[in-house]
Design a protein around this ligand. Structure first.
Ligand SMILES: O=c1[nH]c(=O)c2[nH]c(=O)[nH]c2[nH]1
Length: 302
């Protein structure tokens, strides 16, 4: 008996639409710089099975819509992708949901002659801000985040007490460098009234809590520090249900300076780029409503 071949899950759209919005109502301009991906879900069976494109909102149209909606302002990556989701699901009956994603790059004003310049900016390379919306019918699952936030502490970190077998050579230490590139994604409670949230303020606050959490306690392992960082965010933000992390342990090895007749009291290190430890975990409320569909398509987290 031969099986029947059917169409499974599908979505489509335009990926990585780079949009820069300048707000120039006054001489002091504002810049918003995004990389936006739009993907529609719904009844697209005829396009796949029959070559009938009557339901296929062109990816080119999706790109144009991103630019057109930016004309009215971006506000925040989250607010912008919520508007895109609302637009596409309310404009086309057969579009029942979708996935919208934005990366945003921040710019600082150039300091010129002791003052912030009105319309000249320098890219702030500290981290990339991220946002993902998965919309299913009228349900919005929203995940904010950041990546490439590089942090290091030069003491108050150790690694001891791990099992030793015949392959273990790592010496225990109670004073090492702890360094990582923080990738974190935090999911808002399903059903949150997103119109009541100031996403830009929330983002700065969560970033600040992550950084504080990294500094605060002696670290017995990056795993413990990760959990401390996530706990701080969830304790301060009742609207967030869970936060996922993916953090490389960027090893710094003490260099043996004894061949040169020198000591090395934790001062000179070799910063290895690979291999690196890779520590990933989710920190969440025990009564959080799970939303696995919100996370699918976000790679690099567990
Ligand atoms: O913080 C750490 N966690 C580990 O799991 C680990 N493993 C290792 O070799 N060094 C470290 N450091």
């Amino acid at each position: 008996m031969s099986s029947k071949i059917v169409l499974g899950d599908n979505q489509y759209g335009k990926a990585e639409v780079r949009v820069v919005k300048i707000t120039r109502d006054t001489d002091r301009h504002e810049i918003e710089d995004l990389n936006v991906t739009s993907q529609l879900r719904g009844d697209f069976a005829a396009a796949h099975l029959e070559g009938d494109n009557a339901h296929v909102v062109a990816t080119d149209t999706q790109k144009n819509t991103i630019y057109a909606l930016a004309r009215d302002g971006v506000g925040s990556p989250e607010a912008f992708i919520l508007r895109l989701g609302e637009h596409f699901t309310s404009s086309f009956d057969w579009v029942t949901g979708g996935r919208w994603e934005a990366e945003s790059y921040s710019w600082d004003r150039i300091q010129a002659h002791g003052a912030e310049h009105d319309h000249s900016f320098v890219r702030n390379g500290q981290e990339v801000r991220t946002a993902v919306l998965v919309r299913d019918g009228n349900t919005n699952h929203l995940i904010s985040g950041l990546k490439d936030l590089t942090v290091l502490k030069s003491t108050q970190s150790g690694f001891t007490g791990y099992p030793r077998d015949r392959y273990t050579t790592l010496p225990e230490t109670t004073d090492r460098i702890l360094a990582t590139d923080v990738s974190a994604r935090w999911r808002y409670k399903t059903g949150t009234d997103f119109t009541s949230i100031d996403f830009n303020k929330g983002y700065e606050d969560v970033k600040g809590l992550l950084l504080e959490g990294f500094t605060e306690k002696y670290s017995n392992a990056l795993q413990q520090t990760l959990f401390d960082m996530g706990t701080k965010v969830l304790e301060a933000h009742s609207e967030i249900d869970e936060i996922k992390f993916s953090m490389p342990n960027k090893h710094h090895f003490l260099v043996d300076l004894s061949p040169f007749g020198l000591d090395n009291p934790n001062e000179v290190f070799f910063a290895a780029d690979r291999p690196y430890g890779l520590i990933e975990a989710t920190v969440l409320r025990d009564d959080a409503t799970q939303a696995p569909g919100a996370w699918s398509g976000i790679s690099g987290f567990c």
